[in-house]
Write a protein of this length. Sequence first.
Length: 127
Amino acid sequence: MREQKIAEIRKTLLARRQELLSEFRIRNAEAADLIDQGVPDVGDQGLTDSLQDLLHLLSDNVREEIMQIDDALDRINSGSYGRCPRCNEPITIQRLEVRPHSRHCVACKELLEKEESVKAPPDKGKL
């Protein structure tokens, strides 16, 4: 049963990866179009710059998710998928169904997030 479920998750990961690559290509083309169009005045230039920044930020998020998916696919291929590298316990199928590129079990992920929040500077994440 678990092997069948992992095979289904692998298909889901591959489909999501393809979807993200398509989105990434579209976003990069949109950003390139903004550069190529030129802008008539300073106000439009500011808006164009903001839109470009937003498109690049979206591209960064897409790129990060693709890397996480690739890592999950590597773990499937190596046979280590579904096992938390921190505690070596199995990650629940329910978690993997919801977030198939999860690397850690819920308990370890919560601990890692707490550690990160302690290490982060006080203003991190605030606008």
